[in-house]
Design a protein around this ligand. Structure first.
Ligand code: MG
Length: 162
């Protein structure tokens, strides 16, 4: 049986993962409107991943006899003028999610909830990857600066994400 405190915390995490999905979806749409289809592709894929994260928690809660609360998702809130701003906002959001996952892990340790620890270890590792991949794109955009050529090449690169 899933401890009640963990159940509640995981439901909050489900809402955060769906919010991330919406955030990346709205970023993807803005890039698609600018015909930067590679950037759009990267954010569409990122949104799909966030959906999978939410589902992973939902399936786990159900498997352990918990109660899932399907959340209302607020409208994504971000400010971006330059291309790099989108990725900086994404990186900030991933850092926020990492903190949240670490909080869940702390709770699992406190509750001696080994099954949740095992699930959460996957998310701890996943967050390392998430921050690294977004951080690399931020670095590349800093190098590219105002180069249109560079943006065009990065767009083609990000279009390859599957
Ligand atoms: Mg996530």
């Amino acid at each position: 049986m899933l401890p009640e405190k963990m159940n509640e915390a995981m439901n909050e995490q489900v809402a955060k993962e769906f919010y991330a999905e919406y955030l990346y979806l709205s970023m993807a749409v803005e890039f698609a409107e600018k015909s930067l289809d590679g950037f759009a592709n990267w954010f569409f894929k990122q949104a799909e991943e966030e959906h999978e994260h939410a589902m992973k928690f939902i399936e786990f809660i159900l498997e352990r006899g918990g109660k899932v609360v399907v959340p209302a998702i607020p409208k994504p809130n971000f400010e971006a003028k330059e291309y790099i701003d989108y990725f900086k906002a994404a990186l900030e959001h991933e850092k926020y999610v990492t903190n949240s996952i670490n909080g869940l892990m702390n709770l699992a340790i406190e509750l001696k909830d080994h099954a949740s620890k095992s699930l959460l270890q996957w998310f701890v590792d996943e967050q390392v990857e998430e921050e690294d991949s977004v951080g690399t794109i931020v670095d590349h955009l800093e190098l590219i600066g105002d180069s249109r050529n560079g943006i065009f090449m990065l767009d083609r690169e990000l279009g390859k994400r599957e």
